[in-house]
Design a protein around this ligand. Structure first.
Ligand code: PEP
Ligand code: MG
Length: 582
């Protein structure tokens, strides 16, 4: 019998994993109350303090073992946990509870955990609310030592190689270490697409299926699992036929990926001679390695939100600059488009926005450029740093979520003021730094001609454009079935933006997921798109498709589709355009 569990799939370069389940933290550590006598208090306190010390030692060992190449932002996750292990709020209260309630250390710690989680839950700030995960991670580490189950992945060397890790949740420290120990994949019960685990899995290139509810109850340690991260499914105890099917798919996927590497130095040129520009979307400084590796022509979208994560204060100008410089210099001369902060909605407003009121409808509220214009102390240091980074390489600024020209004028005014400030302070920067905007709100797409006249480039953000046009929350499982990139409204909007750019001679790129999804590439080529920005892991497959495409033919076919959107089944039509030759 094959058991199927589903969750949110995170596949970057590979999506199929087959391996034995390694059940880490299977079953939550349940603490039970045990009464102790006054004579046992000292011993119980000592047990608790020893467990805290051991948890600290474990985590410090992890900190030591982090490879040099790991982004500092990721190390910050671990530093936060180390600080918590020294925080009186967590490590002193249980001692008082042991004394006053005459109970065991596990129970005293559990009570403190519950109080802290309750405190965090009651907070308005969504960032601080998520900090309860950190409390759980740290408490879990101490509990493991209390019950003598300290089988941290730190200590097991080769035991994890090739295994599919099964856990309720993973700490950032576990995730990093397990990558270094060669795990095949992760399955977690908790976590959404923007959770720490999801972000780390993506940036470390490990396939994962997260948010698989009750996975640790249904799946067993050491049983054989198949994971398809593209589909977000996990199969347990597969029969021989299923296993063969997935082995074939995995082997074909791996052979295909290896085969694609011959394209790294080849141009992204269509059969009939049109050059296409392939750019990378990056989130972490570490992503520059794979961007260089696949031969990207530039970075079309650097999402800067990661810089703001997991910290109580927003980064200052020098921190921004250090990150941007590291990336610009690491990219060996290719241009980079730095997107200004896009916090809000699914990208939770972090600790830097303590005073923000919770929005009744975050996706339509104070997000991205709206938030930045309202909070100059967030926006100005970032813009100053981007301007200063332009002295080190070809840097462009991109503004997310533009909705009207007033916003754009306000941004340009600030940029001019900052240039003046920097001049007076004697800082170098590119005075002609290109300013582009994301077209991801339907209003901006419909007014793309105006934006095209006032911007140096446009970039279509299909992830949000689809969400806002179809009124479908992009992270809500319940309405995901409505999220349709081929809806006639979406196709018309994309086409009109491309045409608006062409009319005014303003380059148009696309940086939403559609641009890196092989299935849509022929359609977008036929619509006239010539600049695609995507996860670097998709780039060689996209290049392969481009190199077997004929623009002239595709233009004709897509023109026909666009005229007959009502009668044609767009899905079937687009499938016919998609070259399946491997
Ligand atoms: C988009 O909306 O398509 C986009 C690229 O931005 P993000 O996914 O970061 O919102
Ligand atoms: Mg967006």
């Amino acid at each position: 019998m094959t058991l199927i569990c589903t969750g949110i799939g995170i596949g970057v370069t590979t999506s199929i994993a087959i391996g034995e389940a390694y059940c880490l933290q299977c079953g939550r550590i349940e603490a039970h109350r045990r009464a102790i006598t006054p004579a046992e208090v000292a011993h119980e306190i000592d047990r608790f303090q020893q467990a805290v010390l051991a948890a600290r030692r474990d985590l410090s060992a992890v900190r030591e073992q982090i490879p040099k190449s790991t982004p500092t932002d990721i190390c910050a996750f671990i530093d936060t946990h180390l600080l918590m292990l020294e925080d009186a709020a967590l490590v002193e209260a249980p001692i008082e509870t042991i004394q006053s309630q005459l109970c065991n250390a596990e129970w005293a710690l559990q009570l403190r955990r519950n109080e802290l989680v309750e405190l965090f839950d009651a907070m308005d700030d969504p960032y601080l609310r998520t900090r309860k995960d950190d409390v759980d991670h740290v408490v879990g580490q101490i509990q493991k030592h209390l019950i003598g189950q300290h089988d941290s992945p730190v200590t097991s060397e080769d035991e994890l190689r090739g295994k599919i890790i099964l856990a309720q949740d993973l700490t950032p420290a576990d995730t990093i270490l397990m990558r270094n120990q060669g795990v095949a994949a992760f399955i977690t019960e908790f976590g959404g697409p923007m959770s720490h685990t999801a972000i780390l899995a993506r940036s470390l290139g490990i396939p994962a299926v997260i948010g698989v509810h009750h996975a640790t109850q249904y799946l067993r340690h050491a049983e054989l699992l198949i994971m398809d991260a593209e589909q977000g499914i996990v199969l347990a105890a597969p029969d021989e036929r299923t296993l063969q099917h997935y082995r074939k798919r995995r082997d074909a996927e791996q052979a295909h990926i290896v085969g694609l590497r011959v394209l790294i130095k080849e141009p992204a040129t269509t059969l009939d001679g049109t050059d296409i520009t392939l750019l990378a979307n990056i989130e972490l400084p570490e992503d520059i390695e794979v961007t260089n590796d696949v031969g990207a022509a530039g970075v079309g979208l650097y999402r800067t939100e990661f810089l703001y994560m997991n910290r109580a204060q927003p980064p200052n100008e020098e921190e921004h600059l250090a990150s941007y410089r590291r990336i610009v210099e690491g990219l060996s001369g290719i241009p980079i488009t730095i997107r200004t902060l896009d916090l809000g909605a699914d990208k939770e407003a972090d600790g830097c926005c303590h005073d923000m009121q919770p929005a009744s409808n975050p996706a339509l509220g104070l997000r991205a450029i709206r938030l930045c214009l309202k909070e100059p102390k967030l926006f100005r240091p970032q813009l100053r740093a981007i301007l200063r980074a332009s002295a080190y390489g070809e840097v462009r600024i991109m503004i997310p979520m533009l909705c009207n020209l007033q916003e754009l004028r306000a941004v340009k005014l600030i940029i001019e003021e900052l240039k003046q400030e920097l001049r007076e302070e004697g800082h170098d920067f590119n005075p002609d730094i290109p300013i582009g905007g994301m077209i991801e709100v339907p209003a901006a797409a419909l007014a793309a001609d105006s934006f095209a006249r006032h911007l140096d480039f446009l970039s279509i953000g299909t992830n949000d454009l689809i969400q806002y046009t179809l009124a479908v929350d992009r992270v809500d499982d319940e309405v995901n079935y409505l999220y349709d990139p081929l809806h006639p409204s979406i196709l018309r909007l994309i086409q009109s933006v491309i045409q608006a750019g062409r009319k005014s001679g303003t380059p148009v790129s696309m940086c939403g997921e559609m641009a890196g999804t092989p299935f849509y590439i022929p359609l977008l080529l036929g619509m006239g798109l010539r600049r695609f920005s995507m996860q670097p892991g998709s780039m060689l497959e996209v290049k392969r498709i481009i190199r077997v495409s004929n623009i002239e033919q595709l233009t004709e076919q897509v023109a026909h589709l666009m005229q007959h959107l009502d009668e044609e089944n767009a899905d079937r039509w687009v499938a016919q355009l998609y070259p399946v030759t491997h």
